[in-house]
Design a protein around this ligand. Structure first.
Ligand code: PLP
Length: 448
């Protein structure tokens, strides 16, 4: 293997990293991962780290998991890839069937792709095209939620609501209605969450009512606005979305890309309120964090609107749609959930995590602690009383994660929100270590 110094040199010279200010990245020695095992990542220097964010919210059963490796190996000995444009393959058929069995009942058809953004892009196009195929031509817009994030393609950004990521592209994006975010810690409506009766949802209802004839669908992340800062949707919000969509004849598109596959303690975020969307996007955890497979699930009613004459066809596809290696891995991932009773085992870990998170209130600069199952966001502020944030340019969140690296923990913040989202299989000992290191890092950075 090339030396660390060579790898570093070529990394800086040739590799443009995602969501990364390269100038800042090149100011320090990069972590160059060589291998993984369980909840640990090992870099080329031999350092060992806990993977505290599941390699960007994807890993479920740990790295280098024998069963997943084997499933991929077995499929590889048959075929790595064949197209699904006009023909089919065994793992994709079996995975489509399995996904229909384990997702909300009304979702009956599966359209495969390869990233969360694609799965959402497809959801948006299907929702629009559905109304066109029904002959309802005026429905061309979407109603989504501020602070929402659905990926970085043009359509997914158009329904996104994070200014930092999206505002520069505004001239390229399609017009979209944005409802207030249910970000109770910093309510943009200045309401009191304890007494407001979901005022943000009322505002969303008003927009839906006013524009129902031009709207295709309501689009929202399920259970948690993840990239927006781990903003947990208040109780009743998802149910409210379903009711509003039904009231005004709109489709409901739920994005389960981040929360799906057990992160919230249930298989799907929408299960927490027994809500069934018309369209649902899944990705990240679908292959246990191994391979890029995503899917958009729809109801029979939607699918049937595309059946018939060739002019009704959904002309969308990606070269690797239904990739056999990825689908074989996804099938094994789901099998492991069932065989190892992963969700049952997770419940006591969630309780433990909840208890441990209480300790973070001891830290002076913790403004808010948000948790939904195994998804956590700790918002750091300059002043807890006034909620004044740290100046953006201080990069407090990044300072904390660099500190955590010194003690063997890899995490990544969302601004000044420190994210904790370990693989679901983490044991209590390593969960404790992860929490201890993060707590220490916040204290070191904000109280010294
Ligand atoms: N939707 C949600 C809720 C996400 O959190 C993400 C990624 O973080 C995406 C969509 C985009 O997924 P991908 O990065 O696979 O395109």
């Amino acid at each position: 293997m090339p030396s660390y110094e060579d790898l570093k040199k070529w990394d800086f010279e040739y590799f443009w990293h995602p969501f990364t200010q390269m100038k800042e990245y090149m100011e320090r020695d990069p972590v160059i991962v060589e291998r993984g095992d369980g909840v640990f990542l090992y870099d080329v220097k031999g350092n060992k780290y806990i993977d505290g964010i599941s390699s960007l919210w994807v890993n479920i059963h740990g790295h280098n998991r024998e069963e997943l490796n084997q499933a991929i190996g077995e499929q590889l000995s048959k075929i790595a890839h064949s197209t699904t444009l006009g023909i089919s393959n065994v793992p994709a058929i079996l995975l489509a069937k399995k996904l229909v069995e384990i997702t909300p009942k009304r979702l009956r058809k599966v359209f495969f792709s390869d990233t969360g953004a694609c799965a959402m892009e497809i959801g948006i196009k299907v929702a629009y095209h559905y109304w066109q195929n029904l002959g309802v031509k005026g429905k061309r817009k979407f109603l989504s939620v501020r602070n929402g994030y659905h990926g970085d393609t043009i359509g997914a950004m158009s329904v996104g609501g994070i200014d930092l990521f999206h505002s520069i592209y505004k001239p390229l994006l399609f017009e979209n209605y944005l409802a207030p975010s249910p970000y109770c810690y910093r309510c943009e409506l200045n309401a009191n969450p304890a007494t407001c009766g979901l005022l943000c949802l009322e505002k969303l209802d008003e927009i839906a009512k006013k524009h129902k004839d031009e709207l295709c669908a309501i689009v929202c992340e399920s259970a948690v606005q993840a990239a927006g800062g781990m903003i947990v949707l208040p109780q009743g919000y998802m149910k409210g979305l379903r009711e509003i969509a039904d009231r005004y004849g709109l489709l409901l598109v739920l994005d389960e890309v981040a929360v799906g596959f057990g992160r919230t303690g249930r298989m799907w975020g929408c299960e927490h309120e027994n809500v069934e969307p018309d369209i649902m996007a899944i990705a990240k955890g679908l292959t246990g964090g191994y391979l890029p497979v995503a899917a958009t699930l729809v109801t029979d009613e939607i699918y049937n609107a595309f059946l018939g004459d060739y002019t009704k066809t959904f002309y969308h596809g990606h070269t690797y749609t239904g990739n056999p290696l990825g689908c074989a891995c996804a099938l094994k991932n789901i099998e492991l959930f069932e065989r190892d009773k992963v969700l049952e085992a997770l419940q006591s870990k969630i309780e433990h995590l909840t208890k441990r998170l209480e300790e973070f209130w001891e830290l002076k600069h913790v403004g808010d602690i948000r948790q939904k199952g195994f998804l956590v966001g700790i918002e750091l502020v300059k002043d807890r009383k006034t909620k004044e944030p740290f100046p953006y340019r201080e990069r407090t969140g990044f300072k904390v994660i660099y500190k955590a690296r010194e003690r063997g923990v890899l995490i990544r913040p969302l601004g000044d929100v420190i994210v904790i989202m370990p693989p679901l299989v983490i044991d209590l000992e390593n969960l404790d270590k992860l929490i201890d290191v993060i707590k220490w890092s916040i204290k070191e950075v904000t109280e010294r």
